[in-house]
Design a protein. Structure first.
Length: 287
């Protein structure tokens, strides 16, 4: 693959664009919101600068990566001539399906269409296209430039060469890839949500503080970050949407969102992006 388009310039989108550009690919980051594109471009530059300061990148490599990245508001221009388009927009199946229909009509016939969804049906997205064999999941983790895992999701019609090419791309990006069957929550979200919801129930019951619950997993089991802090980073609204989806699709009681999660989302306490979730964060919504 030489040319990659990333659709959606939010937290995940700009992170995926960053690793694509750094790994040597011509990269186009698309969003219909000019402000989102400007913010994403600034965040990519900040991450590159941080990599140089920490000795992870040379100034020359950072400049080359920035030169490979283009910001584009037009979806048609963004996917012109691409080998891969990665969707990283809102976690809403119907909105994603609409986008995949457009990608199918605009992207080259041989291009792979991938979704960064953390739980939604890849099969349903593939059905919105005339190339279901070239549709797969490519689920990255936040922050993308730090987290090593990429979850490649194959639905029953995904071609074997598509899975192989995505595995090779993940390796080029410095990631470790796992391949999972298309199932609600895949592997990572299903495990992560189950752990996170139980941590919330423990907090709700007064078993321990948020910090101590997280510390139990960090120090007792070697997790780099506890489930409540992870939820703050991902976004409580995102976690609630995934939990509702898994509870509905799997009919499993342990995926029923606890009251504390619904209450916090209702109050606008969505985690780091709003400055408050299970922790207080010294940030602003736009940071």
């Amino acid at each position: 693959m030489t040319r990659i388009a990333v659709i959606g310039a939010g937290t995940m989108g700009h992170g995926i664009a960053y690793v694509a550009a750094v790994s040597g690919h011509e990269t186009v980051l698309n969003d219909t919101d000019p402000a989102a594109l400007d913010t994403a471009g600034r965040r990519v530059r900040d991450t590159l600068d941080g990599g140089v300061k920490r000795g992870k990148l040379t100034a020359e490599l950072a400049a080359q990566a920035l030169g490979r990245l283009k910001l584009e508001a037009s979806l048609e221009r963004a996917v012109d001539g691409v080998d891969l388009a990665v969707e990283a927009i809102v976690e809403d199946l119907s909105i994603k399906q609409q986008l995949f229909r457009r990608l199918d009509s605009l992207a080259p016939p041989g291009a792979i269409l991938a979704t960064n969804t953390s739980s939604l049906s890849v099969s349903r997205l593939a059905e919105a296209t005339r190339r279901p064999e070239r549709v797969a999941g490519m689920h990255f983790f936040n922050p993308v430039h730090v987290m090593k895992l990429v979850e490649i999701v194959r639905h029953p019609g995904t071609a074997a060469d598509v899975v192989l090419r995505l595995q090779q791309l993940a390796l080029q990006m410095g990631k470790d890839a796992i391949v999972v069957r298309d199932s609600p929550g895949f592997a990572s979200s299903r495990l992560g949500i189950a752990l996170g919801l139980e941590a919330m129930r423990m907090l709700e019951e007064g078993v321990a503080s948020a910090a101590d619950i997280d510390k139990a997993l960090e120090l007792g089991y070697g997790h780099p970050m506890g489930p409540l802090k992870t939820t703050d980073l991902v976004g409580l609204d995102v976690r609630l949407a995934i939990a509702d989806y898994l509870h509905r699709e799997l009919a499993a009681p342990h995926f029923a969102p606890p009251g504390i999660l619904r209450d916090k989302v209702r109050a606008g306490e969505l985690g780091k992006k709003t400055g408050k979730g299970f922790y207080e964060w010294q940030t602003t919504p736009s940071s």
